[in-house]
Write a protein that binds this ligand. Structure first.
Ligand code: NAP
Length: 469
């Protein structure tokens, strides 16, 4: 077997490991092994690529490995679980930049005029990589609070973006038909680079901070496509396969998130959701009646003490207050008191996919207690108490009843159908969509005001006092 055949054979094995690893990520019980399997595939791909003597010098590879490995290790240790979306945004951005640099390096290599194929794939790697890079940095800025999370909208925005796309296409075509050479080739290349960088920012600008997870999974998909194009630039099969896998899985995740919010991708990208204009539209036609009825921690304890079927509905506020550990403690106390406790998980609760699952897993809540929205809703009328912890939009009945609501059509957890609903929040703050919630005004709802963690601690201490008495 010659070296080339050996390398390609190893690439096929690596690709199979990626695919099986990805499949195993779909179940919590196999996810860890799936991750290891894919990492093993990547290690194999890297090792066999190093056998290929066309690679840059081993000294440079070791320098890159040392620096990259140290940064990766520091990030893995220092970044908190709740900051994962920002981290993923940065990783996507640098993935895009790497593909851009591969395309640029191939263009900068001394040689003849580029073939149409090579020119085209360089254009794709550079423009997709460039958009991914600046778009991801902008998304990182919004998510980390360094930039305002509000959508930035200005008159003629779509026209500006349209003109940039046309400019990008023109620069790309000029680059390819000139084979990257002559006076026009380099000019077209630098124009392409500049426009891609600007477009990355102008495309993400009008999207609100709360929609950033959708944008990030879309940028993740783009970074995969850029890697795929880079794979074609240097004719590396495993890079092409890995790029396609990242590209398609990013698209699937984007579609899942849009479906869970009952919004189209176009609505997420272009509607400026979260701006004052969109939130005002929903509240003007709201049908809010009734009044907010506060409840104390002592009375909450009394209600919970008598309950036999309890459902916890966590939301973004649980993440903000980091209440997951005390929630687990309280759930254990309720179970010791004879109640059955389940956690109802809405697919877009929080601010990133799997946000609630990650937090509850971190607090060692047994996975079997987590119930998906579709399974828990039919059981809701049988629940004695629904404890809504910092969730708002995902339990807003307006999504089912009020056609004028911006979240109309979004599937919700039917917490309002439980016999008693106890909502934990700090005050009258709205959720991500910025609209009022009729759940808080219903006859069977009580409001336990305060930071979720502090409120839960107060209720838990009542249980402790009861146990000690
Ligand atoms: P939400 O609608 O954003 O509501 C969160 C609530 O938590 C607020 O009403 C707030 O009220 C309360 N809160 C904040 N800090 C708190 C604290 N320390 N203690 C107690 N309560 C606190 O949250 P959600 O119900 O989880 O809904 C998620 C929203 O994000 C949906 O609209 C979804 O479409 C959107 N989204 C999610 C994703 C995703 O991937 N998960 C992606 C994009 C968009 P107070 O200020 O009064 O306390």
């Amino acid at each position: 077997m010659n070296t080339e055949t050996l390398i390609n054979f190893a690439y096929i094995v690596a690709s199979i490991l990626f695919i099986f690893g990805l499949k195993m990520l779909g179940r919590q019980s196999t996810a860890r092994r799936g991750n290891m399997l894919s990492s093993g595939g990547m290690l194999l791909a890297v090792v066999v690529t190093l056998i290929d003597q066309q690679v840059v010098t081993f000294q440079w590879i070791l320098v890159g490995l040392g620096i990259g490995g140290a940064i990766g290790l520091a990030c893995a240790r220092l970044i908190k679980m709740t900051s994962m979306p920002e981290m993923v945004a940065l990783l996507n951005g640098f993935g895009g930049l790497a593909s851009l640099l591969v395309g640029w390096a191939e263009y900068a290599k001394p040689g003849d005029t580029l073939s149409t194929f090579t020119g085209t794939v360089i254009v794709l790697a550079v423009f997709i990589g460039g958009i991914t890079f600046t778009g991801s940095l902008y998304a990182f800025g919004k998510l980390s609070g360094k930039l305002s999370g509000k959508p930035v909208l200005f008159g003629g925005q779509q026209i500006v973006n349209g003109a940039l796309v046309l400019g990008l296409a023109a620069a790309g075509v000029l680059f390819v038909i000139n084979g990257g050479a002559g006076a026009m080739g380099p000019n077209a290349f630098y124009a392409l680079l500049a426009i891609a960088f600007i477009l990355g920012i102008t495309l993400v600008m009008p999207i609100g901070g709360g929609d950033m997870p959708v944008v990030i999974s879309m940028l993740n998909s783009l970074s995969g496509l850029a890697a795929c194009a880079a794979g074609f630039v240097i004719l590396n099969n495993v890079l092409i396969v890995a790029g396609c896998l990242v590209g398609t899985s990013g698209v699937i995740l984007t579609i899942i998130m849009c479906k869970a919010m009952n919004r189209s991708l176009a609505n997420v990208l272009f509607s400026g959701f979260g701006s004052d204009a969109t939130t005002a539209a929903g509240s003007s036609e709201g049908q809010i009646q009734g009044e907010l009825k506060p409840i104390s921690a002592e009375d909450t304890f009394a209600v919970l003490e008598a309950a036999r079927e309890v459902v916890v509905v966590p939301g973004y506020g649980m993440a903000v207050s980091q209440a997951q550990h005390v929630v687990r403690e309280l759930a254990e106390m309720l179970e010791n008191n004879g109640a059955e406790v389940r956690f109802a998980i809405h697919p877009v609760a929080g601010r990133m996919p799997g946000h609630m699952n990650v937090l509850l897993a971190e607090a060692n809540v047994p996975y079997e207690q987590l119930v998906e929205m579709d399974s828990v809703n039919p059981q809701m009328p049988m629940m004695d108490v629904a404890i809504v912890i910092g969730a708002n939009d995902v339990v807003n009945p307006a999504a089912a009843r009020d056609k004028s609501s911006p979240i109309y059509g979004m599937p919700i957890i039917n917490a309002h159908e439980a016999r008693t609903v106890i909502c934990l929040k700090r005050g009258k703050g709205a959720g991500f969509s910025g609209i009022e919630n009729q759940l808080f005004l219903l006859e069977n709802t009580r409001m336990l005001y305060g930071d979720a963690k502090a409120s839960l601690q107060a209720v838990a201490s009542e249980f402790k006092a009861m146990a000690e008495a």
